[in-house]
Design a protein around this ligand. Sequence first.
Ligand code: WQD
Length: 319
Amino acid sequence: MSVLVTGGAGYIGSHVARMLAIRGEHVVVLDDFTAGLRSRVTEHSVETLDLAAAEAHAKLLQIFEKHDVTSVIHLAARKQVGQSVEKPEWYYEQNVGGLAKLLEAMREAEIKKFVFSSSAATYGMPDVETVSETIDCHPINPYGQTKLIGEWMVANATTAWQLRAASLRYFNVAGAGWPEFADTVVANLVPIVFEAIRAGKRPKVFGTDYPTPDGTCIRDYIHVHDLAEAHLKALDYLEKDERQHSIFNVGTGNGSSVFEVLAEIRRVSGIDFEAEQLARRAGDPPRLAADVSRIEQTLGWKARYGLTEIIESAWAATS
Ligand code: WQD
């Protein structure tokens, strides 16, 4: 029996794969290595495949058979919001097309346990500051749209052929569970600020006139180790609950402002930098934090780490 982790060579996927291996599971990492790193997956069986490729269905059936795959954790996706606005067709082909091929092959192979990497981006700009899974989702960019459509596809599969699935809506992931798994893609606040201050440049703050205590945007920053653990809890849940499709926010339930993140980075790095204060960035809600009552009550999962551990682990991992 094996767990297939698609995107398992990625920043989050490598944490999930290692935590599964530590608890004794046989892990098969599937990745196309366009963003994932081979150095992150030396301890696992590895299969190289682009899930959106024409041959993916046949290849997946072979992989399922070869490794006796009995469950799938699906993280492989394109995830940069700005890039999704520039290249929407590619995002749909990769994220929606890739998921369709994966589900088709799983149906044929009768693999019925599935954890899906979704996103808080499905919420768009909600008019509530702490979001629960029950609110209406209105994604405002192609990336968030592909994740919401992915959730619909998973729900349809649970109805059509009794797939048992959990969709996890990630909030703002940062930190490093192990230094070698640090986030190497400079596309979110923490790695962007690290890169700027290490180059002696001033990091940029997009908007200081928001209706928040210090005027900057508030987000729910979740440690990648906590996030990875939520995947294992979700997988265990699918073993023992007949419920077909569940959606869970994965966050801390607390918010930190951009200025608070910068202050923590000053403290941890010892670099006393000044930030450049710029105009708001389009599409940024003033505050977005997770209502985490459902995942805590249903999966018995709760984030253990806060902003300090996130910044300390991320800084150490990239120093
Ligand atoms: C965070 C805050 C920026 C850079 C992302 C993606 C998606 C989802 C949630 C998983 C915002 C501000 C940023 C900078 C800044 N996660 N900022 N200066 O947009 O909250 O959402 O995470 O699917 O990955 O939707 O993340 O890191 O871009 O921005 O002031 O140089 O930091 O305005 O308020 P975001 P982010």
